[in-house]
Design a binder for this molecule. Structure first.
Ligand SMILES: CC(C)(COP(=O)(O)OP(=O)(O)OC[C@H]1O[C@@H](n2cnc3c(N)ncnc32)[C@H](O)[C@@H]1OP(=O)(O)O)[C@@H](O)C(=O)NCCC(=O)NCCS
Length: 189
C-alpha cells in the first residue's frame, strides 16, 4: 500500500496565481451549483479568477495572507486572509477551498489552523471571521466542527445578480480558532 501523500503548507507567491485561479473556479463549479446561476458558473469564471489572483498576488493589499497546501507540488487547497479587516470582528477569511480529491483529510482544518498561527505571529487584533452561504451545509458543518459560532445572518449579493442568505461565522480570537482547528484531523471517506 502506498503511503498517504505528504501535505505541505506555505505562503503563496505570484507564481501560484494560475493554479489558485484554476482550483477556485473548479471549486465554485463543483460546490456552488444551485447557489450561483448555471449561466455564471458555466461562463468564463476561469479568466475572472485568473485576473483576481494575478492582481491579489502582484499588488497585495496590506494584511493579506494566502496560504497554499500542496501535495507533491500540486495545489490541494488554499485560504485567503485579510488580517484586521473589521474593527468589530477582526481578521476576515475571504476564501477557503480544498480540491475535491483532497477533501476529508484534515487539509481544511490545517489551513484554518495556519490562519490562526499567522494571526498570532503578526499580532492581529480581535477575532477571526468569515461568511458562509446558508445553503452550503457541508462548509457550515466543517466550520462548526472547528469551533465557529454562527454570529448573524445577512444576504450575499452574488456577482451573477442573485441574492443568497449567508451567515457570519466567527471565533473570538486566533487562539480559539487554533483550539478548534487543532482538534480536527479529517476522517478519510
Ligand atoms: C469546506 C472545506 C474547506 C473543508 O475542508 P476539508 O479538508 O474537506 O475538511 P477537513 O478534512 O479538514 O475536516 C475537518 C473536520 O471537519 C469535518 N467536516 C468536514 N467536512 C464536513 C462535512 N461536510 N460535514 C460534516 N463534517 C465535516 C471533518 O469530519 C473533520 O472533523 P473530524 O476530525 O472530527 O473528522 C472543503 O470541503 C471545501 O473546500 N469545500 C468546497 C468549497 C467551500 O465550500 N468552501 C467554503 C466556503 S465558505
Amino acid at each position: 500500500m502506498n503511503p498517504a501523500p505528504t501535505i505541505a503548507l506555505r505562503e503563496a507567491t505570484a507564481a501560484d496565481a494560475a493554479a489558485l485561479a484554476g482550483l477556485h473556479a473548479q471549486s465554485w463549479r463543483g460546490f456552488y451549483r444551485g447557489m450561483m446561476s448555471d449561466a455564471y458558473l458555466d461562463g468564463d469564471i476561469g479568466a475572472e479568477r485568473a485576473a483576481f489572483w494575478a492582481n491579489a498576488l502582484a499588488s497585495p493589499p496590506p494584511g493579506q495572507a494566502v496560504i497554499v497546501a500542496e501535495s507533491d507540488g500540486a495545489l490541494a487547497g488554499f485560504v485567503h486572509l485579510h488580517a484586521d479587516h473589521d474593527p468589530t470582528w477582526g481578521s476576515y477569511v475571504h476564501a477557503l477551498h480544498v480540491a475535491a480529491a483532497f477533501q476529508g483529510r484534515g487539509i481544511g482544518a490545517r489551513l484554518m489552523d495556519a490562519v490562526g498561527e499567522w494571526c498570532e505571529r503578526h499580532g492581529t487584533r480581535g477575532g477571526v471571521w468569515l461568511w458562509v452561504l446558508e445553503p452550503n451545509a457541508p462548509a457550515r458543518a466543517f466550520y462548526e466542527r472547528i469551533g465557529a459560532r454562527n454570529a448573524e445572518r445577512d444576504v450575499w449579493e452574488a456577482p451573477d445578480g442573485g441574492r443568497v442568505p449567508k451567515f457570519r461565522y466567527a471565533w473570538p480570537s486566533p487562539q480559539a480558532l487554533r483550539a478548534g482547528a487543532g482538534q480536527a484531523t479529517g476522517t478519510p471517506t
